[in-house]
Design a protein around this ligand. Structure first.
Ligand SMILES: C[S@@+](CC[C@H](N)C(=O)[O-])C[C@H]1O[C@@H](n2cnc3c(N)ncnc32)[C@H](O)[C@@H]1O
Length: 362
């Protein structure tokens, strides 16, 4: 049977650190050469690779340790049917006199990430998502997940660098010349983006005809037996320089808080300048110190699965280290690599070359 070409233009547009969105066609070229039916995207992030696997007709399990990412997986991978109606979207943006509204963001995050009116908008819409109640639970879970998808994407595009690692609202508000970022985008309203991203979320829903699901586990706790193939894209640890951005909870704690809104106040680290979550370092499973042991543990766990391991040159450990372990575990190993030019490097504002590698063990 002829394979239908994949239209990569209709994929999620998420701006997410380490997202493979732009190199999906190249990943697809490798995946389509491997025989498998069930797949685990163990560190799913924006869901772009899971979405590719779903488009390929695979039975895919999207997984990520962060809860907000898991909701994205529910919305666009597990969900095969439900969309937000115009009425749902209007309700999400309105005020319902029957609801009691909490104002956690407005009262806690003043001058941290958004303007006061934007904080109030975020409180309003988050309360509306939590209180959505027109549907049965089996439908509601996906409607809410789609609404969260739009809420998270709207929150990301309005942030300098699309991150929450610094309290830096002044980058938006200072009247200075800048050679980075996108002031026009930041200044568009949340209403504008929510409309755009609810439409995007809806457009991403399709029925692949094959069972797909989303889970919210640490990769170290996943049962490997259900999958023919596992795609592994762990946080990138640089050989040199700062590894601040490899801690995803540090970069995206605000979205994690939004996804756990009713508990948020009890898990904020009020001592931190940017009001991140408590114990952010302890929750990080991929520290520089432990990365060799962590990778060995992961490869051992998935030794009976076909493995596709994403790697970026300049990282720790070396490609050779990963290949050596795979071979020791009895795998046939080969690698595919490509040069990839990032449009903008956040650290220095320059275009930069990187080498993306897939280490494939079958
Ligand atoms: C490099 S990103 C994945 C990017 C993804 N492939 C994409 O295209 O968007 C790494 C992901 O690993 C997740 N992560 C970190 N520690 C994890 C763990 N112990 N188990 C599962 N996921 C984890 C992070 O939340 C992050 O989303």
């Amino acid at each position: 049977m002829a394979i239908k070409p994949i239209d990569f233009k209709s994929f999620p547009t998420t701006r997410y650190q380490g997202s493979k969105r732009k190199i999906l066609p190249w990943i697809y070229d490798s995946l389509k050469e491997i025989r498998f039916r069930t797949a685990l995207d163990a560190c799913g992030g924006s869901g772009s690779v899971s979405y590719l696997l779903k488009k390929m007709g695979k039975s895919v399990t999207y997984n990520d340790k962060l809860h907000f990412n898991y909701l994205i997986g529910k919305a666009i991978i597990e969900n095969q049917t439900y969309k937000l109606t115009d009425e749902d979207i209007a309700d999400l943006n309105g005020i319902n006199p029957e609801f009691t509204y909490k104002n956690i963001i407005d009262s806690t995050f003043k001058d941290v990430y958004y303007l006061p009116r934007e904080n109030r908008w975020l409180d309003k819409v988050t309360n509306n998502i939590i209180n959505m109640n027109h549907y049965q639970q089996n439908v509601l879970q996906y409607k809410k997940a789609l609404a969260y998808y739009a809420l998270f994407q709207s929150s990301l595009v309005k942030r300098p660098f699309n991150l929450f690692h610094r309290k830096n609202l002044e980058i938006r508000t200072n009247d200075v010349e800048r050679n980075f970022g996108n002031k026009t985008t930041w200044e568009k309203s949340f209403d504008h983006f929510f409309k755009k991203f609810t439409a995007e979320a809806n457009s991403l829903v399709f029925d692949s005809g094959t069972y797909c699901r989303a889970t919210n586990e640490s990769i170290f706790n996943i049962d490997p037996y259900y999958f023919d193939l596992v795609y592994i894209d762990i946080p990138y640890i640089r050989k040199d320089g700062s590894n601040e951005s490899s801690n995803y909870l540090k970069c995206y704690h605000f979205l994690e808080g939004l996804s756990r809104y009713n508990d948020w106040e009890s898990i904020i680290d009020y001592e931190s300048i940017n009001l991140r979550l408590k114990n952010i370092e302890q929750q990080n499973d991929f520290s520089e110190e432990m990365i060799y042991e962590s990778i060995e543990e992961i490869l051992l766990k998935f030794r009976h699965n076909k493995i596709v391991f994403s790697y970026k040159a300049g990282g720790v450990p070396s490609i050779e280290f990963i290949e050596k372990i795979m071979k020791k575990l009895g795998k046939r190993v080969h690698r595919n690599s490509m040069h990839y030019k990032y449009a903008l490097n956040h650290q220095n504002g320059d275009a930069k070359n990187n080498r993306e590698v897939l280490i494939i063990g079958t």
